[in-house]
Ligand binder design. Sequence first.
Ligand code: IVH
Length: 696
Amino acid sequence: MKTVADLTEAEAVEELTRLADEIARNDIAYFKEDAPVVSDADYDALKRRNAEIEARFPHLVRENSPSLRIGAERSEQFAPVEHGVPMLSLDNAFSDEDTAEFDGRVRRFLRLGDEPIAYTAEPKIDGLSCSIRYEKGELVRAATRGDGRVGEDVTANVRTISEVPRRLHGAGWPGVIEVRGEVYLGHAEFAALNEAAAAAGQKTYANPRNAAAGSLRQIDPKVTAGRPLRFFAYAWGLIDAPFAETQWEALRHLKAWGFRTTPQSRCVHGLEGLLEAYRRMEAERPHLGFDIDGVVYKVDRLDWQQRLGFVSRAPRWGIARKFPAQQARTVLEAIDIQVGRTGALTPVARLTPVTVGGVVVTNATLHNADEIARLDVRLGDTVIVQRAGDVIPQIASVVETERPKGSEPYEFPHLCPCPLATEIVRETTASGAETVVRRCSGEFACPFQRIEHLRHFVSRRAFDIEGLGEKQLNAFYDKGWVREPADIFRLARDEGRLALLRDMEGYGETSVGNLVRNIEARRTIPLDRFINALGIRHIGETTSVVLARGYHTAADFLAAMDKVADRDPAAVEELDALDQIGEAVIEAAAAYFAEDHNRRIVQDLVAELAIQDAERPKTDTAVAGKTVVFTGSLERMTRDEAKAQAERLGAKVSGSVSKKTDLVVAGPGAGSKLKTATELGIQVMTEDEWLAMVDG
Ligand code: IVH
């Protein structure tokens, strides 16, 4: 298989299509049939490959990408919730003709005469759908869509959304109702959230939908509460009594019961009404303040909806008319080269500002040097920029007829834009093949990379030093106080510099005191966080945990890495033998520790810290070597805790039940996994029994 960096765009498209199919097939086997056909590791490899390709070609992210489909993530974090009525999706229409066909199909099916059919036309909100169950008017459970049949329990998080009533207002609601709608973030809230994340040196979200999904699926509802999520209601699932005769009437009731419904929704008649509603929505789109990606048409009469029913996974009574990607013409003024944390260089197009679908666009990504060559885009060219769902705009094409006379093909720089002007090298793969990625060869010596390294170093999943965001790092960097990780800890003890800092604008006694305390608090650090913080390519959070468990102490880890850098066969083999570690990690680790300045930087850092040993998985416990599945809701521990505890005791935790499963721990609400376990004759125990066993 080609490495991701080697793929051409056409190959990427093809492979993303194949991966989407393959992942979807596995999801069905796993979720619907509870009979996974591949191992979790193989499944994860598919997802990872998909994510890697998408990261390199963000403009190719498919709308139905497995990475955006929550159902595809076998989250262990949230308990499963079976929907009373499945949450299905809509078929798409892309043109007036498709819309006419839809209208034609509906009338043929219903055998109607000439009378135009009444439809609702509603904005298709680009967020994530959610089903909220009310019993006797009280919110009792909220779930993501999941695979449509079983979603994730996000009740605590949904309760924090102010636009979702905890108790239905008014009267006339069914005793049981699953209210369905879209959780989303507005443009302003999205921008503020990303700004705050960037300032704190944290990861930003690519678009409002991802941000909404990320915010809703937080383990800690307090985090969700801090995100200004919003909610529009537009449908319902299970009900114990009918409450309306038409969709339009149903929307009115939802509103009366305290939900927000989209004010842009209309009731229209016949094909003409459908097409007019689409044009109107297109015109309204830039002024809405939130993302929509089309118009949803629904046959208004619910008895007709009933008759029309469903074909496979979509209703015959509704369709989503999608907007085309939004485009505009502008001029390419310059190409800047940005240096990423790992030294990868990304060309960014600086454009004459232009409005694309209501958003002013001044920059667009050009991905890499090959993409520039493919487009043959030159300075001064008139270009077509495009925004499609995704917030990062891209250049779709060049208007060659308007090319300035005498323009020259763009030549990718040979020297890094950093003050060191180090030489730019083409990245090679583990096997030595050239890739499309250009990289600055300066590593830690390159100030751009250094800032990015430092930002990563202090970020939440690494050293998590509060009060030390990008702004502070830049300021300290410019003063020459913090150039590498160890400097952060040196600064905390440098009375002279701290005195200067107290006098600086924006700092004072209290904030400097807090900063010092926050830094000191992190001198003691778990080994996995320490490893993750080093920012070695391919060694992120998960791999760091694997390495920490594998080497146990910082001393052993570093000694082993030095040997790996020297290509000591035994050391390489030992690393290779760790679960989930492959060629890419080995190469990255070897390259990192082969650099003298990296070794020195790490040594200096270690001298400042007390690195906590990782617990070794036990081999002498009741569950050592066994494969355990947790299902249903756990009441005395979180999923994360349960997983960590089981792994500490030497067990392997899996998300699916198969013949290889040794033990299933089932809490309340356990469904199909419990059933499969019983059928396969696998040992099942309650959470209490599990705790008694592992504690005993
Ligand atoms: S009704 C049978 N109405 O679009 C499906 N869906 O592809 C009934 N969506 O999963 C869905 N706005 O996430 C409906 N006004 C709207 C919508 C809407 C956005 C999303 C929803 C759904 C997807 C359908």
